[in-house]
Write a protein that binds this ligand. Sequence first.
Ligand code: HEM
Length: 461
Amino acid sequence: MEQMQNEVQSKPMNLSHDISSRVMPFFYKFWVSSHGNNFFTWIGTTPVVHVTEPTLVREASVNYRKYLKVIGNPLRKSLATGLFFAEGDRWAKHRKIINPAFHLEKLKHMEPSFYETCSEMMDKWEELMTGENSCEVDVVPYFCSFSADVISRTAFGSSFKEGRKIFELQKEQAEMMDKIDKSLYVPGSRFLPTRNNKRIKEIAQEVRAIIYSIIDKRVAAMKSGEITSKDDLLGMLLESNNKEIKEGGNKNFGLSNEDIFEECKLFYFAGQDTTAYALIWTMILLSHHKDWQTRAREEILHVFGDKRPDIHGLNQLKILNMILNEVHRLYPVATTTRRLIHEEVKLGNLTLPAGTIIQLNNLLFHHDKKTWGEDASEFNPQRFSEGVSKATKQGQVLYLPFGTGPRICIGQNFAMLEMKMALAMILQRFSFDLSPSYSHAPQTVLSLQPQLGAHLILHKL
Ligand code: HEM
């Protein structure tokens, strides 16, 4: 696997969206030879069953008590746990308490943070402009800082400095985790005093100290009445938690301080790279498909003119919504979803022993000609003109950018609104092209990323 991965990553590819054989060469080979039917591979001695039929994908996604999350190397827990890796009753309790913070009506409190943060990013681009009002820039670090800053502001209302430190530390940790993930897990290896292991633990402690100090300050300020605002995720989480404890009659009904710390850490991990890279792929695709860039801008100017975008208007942007659906289809930041079974299960006509991993290859589903038609690997947002369920002839769509079933992404509406706000503001102020120095090289480092950056030429309008 590693050999195939290294080989494809040694050079960029043509600028085509037919990326499956580059992004997941190993699984793609099996997918092709099994003609899109279920197949299996191994991770060491663990069997991995790759299911491809919509009914089986649904069953494995919906039945969250039978099909559990895969943690793999226990060191992963130092990166993020919380809702993402919680199971059974614990998961249900956490999801119930966190849900209100992501309700659609709460998103209006996030709008100013999206706006301010994007304005700051665009101001930085303008500072780079030369006499012709254009500049070449690799937008990757800008969008990574943008989404990290959005999380800092929306989660903690805190200054960027505290947030940026968490973001930098988690990035370093994710890169080290990815290396470990791609090699075979040897039980007990996490206790070895290797440089990687030591650094992962050090970072975990640093992140812990920063987030705990933010939470402690907030709880104290709320108690003393100094802060009443509950407009950020931490405030809403504390409020929802207090309500749950009050209704239940004792503390066991709520989340502990440690749980709250874990959930805050998770917002950074789950909401940062995902949104950043989804935005980066959108910028790349709109630079390549200028006709769609023009159509998106026309729609935005029609709805907002040069006024500040607001939630109400953003929800009316049909073309931009179609474009985002198509970007999530061709370049899903989560390329696979995995589940682990703890006791023998019957899945369709398969009988699977305990310890089997079920893998859903989202990227392969999204590029499958049987589902999407002959133009499956082409950028054609029009296919979503009547919504997701009508985007294919079969109706049963394997379209999983945000997962499916009860464990679907809790931040989906948050992320879509953040992306729409950023793109609307950028399209109002800039046009953009791919730079001649752009090389197309999608790869997965936990999320789907452009290995060689996203070099664009920005023109101020
Ligand atoms: C474009 C942006 C995003 C994408 C593509 C994305 C994708 C996903 C996917 C595919 C899952 C399901 C994983 C599985 O089934 O194993 C998931 C779960 C989750 N996401 Fe997102 N996500 C995004 C943004 C966000 C944001 C902004 C947040 C929070 C601030 C967030 C928080 C979560 C959480 C907490 C879960 C776990 C839900 C549960 O298990 O109940 N995500 N995300």
